[in-house]
Design a protein around this ligand. Structure first.
Ligand code: AMP
Length: 284
């Protein structure tokens, strides 16, 4: 049975006997509008834990644009139905006042070194909002394992580092990016694309796969990989490319030569919708 809970106190009370009985708890933090990507995280959590908590919270502190926050899809009823079908025990869906009570948030979690590049510069405060809300969820749920998608690779790196640096007793489980049949990474934001933009959206994953193939073919120069790939974006005047970068997989700082594991990552805009994607590659 899936129980929907909106209060922190209620959730804590429900989880007390679970933990007292020595059962494990798996946590899947989401912003809702669940799709097959989220579904994969939930399935893994279901397989590896006695109790599964899915959180559905559109976290205002991680939005750098108010229009994006206002327009973010909210489909709680459908989300609960998906969770029910997937055998989730608790859906935690608090409102903003529950997570950020009046009086304001004075304590924040920041991992600045990992947010200097990629999405960081264009989204001031975003990762601070993410790290802070995830830390709050860790404190509320006290899960044994928490599941995060590799689609948001920078977010995953920030959370891993936060857990390490602040000794948070939780195991972070990374989950491979789930894609549409044409390669587009699944995302709640995809449903905001027009039919025309939906077709063009595959440019990002195609560019990443092309870059990956070039690197696998032996190319080690970032400049040359970029020179080969960037024209793919320029073919579509409706695309606004925010970045297409190759960074050290661990430090997330740009490299010139691909001589270690790297993350190839991009962000682009179609109309008012921002899409991100990445591939990880370890050259041999
Ligand atoms: P969101 O609701 O977009 O904040 O995502 C919640 C979690 O699902 C995050 O850990 C995401 O990385 C993960 N996620 C979102 N889309 C995908 C996807 N296509 N494949 C795998 N994980 C995903």
């Amino acid at each position: 049975m899936t129980v929907v809970i909106s209060s922190i106190t209620d959730l804590r009370q429900r989880l007390l006997p679970v933990r007292r009985d020595g059962k494990t708890v798996g946590l899947v933090p989401t912003m809702g509008a669940l799709h097959l990507g989220h579904r994969r995280l939930i399935e893994l959590a279901r397989r590896e834990n006695d109790t599964v908590v899915v959180t559905v919270f559109v976290n205002p502190t991680q939005f750098d644009r108010n229009a994006d926050l206002q327009g973010y899809p909210r489909t709680l009823e459908d989300d609960v139905a998906i969770c029910r079908e997937a055998g989730v025990d608790f859906v935690f869906a608090p409102d903003s006042a529950e997570m950020y009570p009046p009086g304001g948030q004075l304590a924040w979690v920041d991992v600045p070194a990992l947010t200097e590049h990629l999405c960081g510069p264009a989204r001031p405060g975003h990762f601070r909002g993410v790290a802070t809300v995830v830390m709050k969820l860790f404190q509320i749920v006290q899960a044994d394992r928490a599941y995060f998608g590799e689609k948001d690779a920078q977010q995953l790196a920030v959370i891993r580092r936060m857990v390490r640096d602040l000794n948070v007793p939780v195991e972070i489980a990374p989950v491979q990016t789930v894609r549409e049949p044409d390669g587009l990474a699944m995302s709640s934001r995809n449903r905001r694309l027009t039919a025309e933009d939906r077709k063009t959206a595959t440019t990002l994953s195609q560019a990443l796969f092309t870059a990956e193939a070039i690197v696998r073919g032996g190319e080690r120069s970032v400049d040359r990989v970029q020179a080969a790939v960037l024209p793919l974006f320029h073919r579509h005047p409706q695309i606004r490319l925010e970045y297409f970068s190759i960074v050290d997989a661990e430090t997330l700082t740009p490299v010139e030569t691909i001589d270690r594991p790297v993350l190839i990552a991009g962000a682009m805009w179609l109309g008012a919708t921002r899409l991100i994607d990445n591939v990880m590659i370890a050259p041999v």
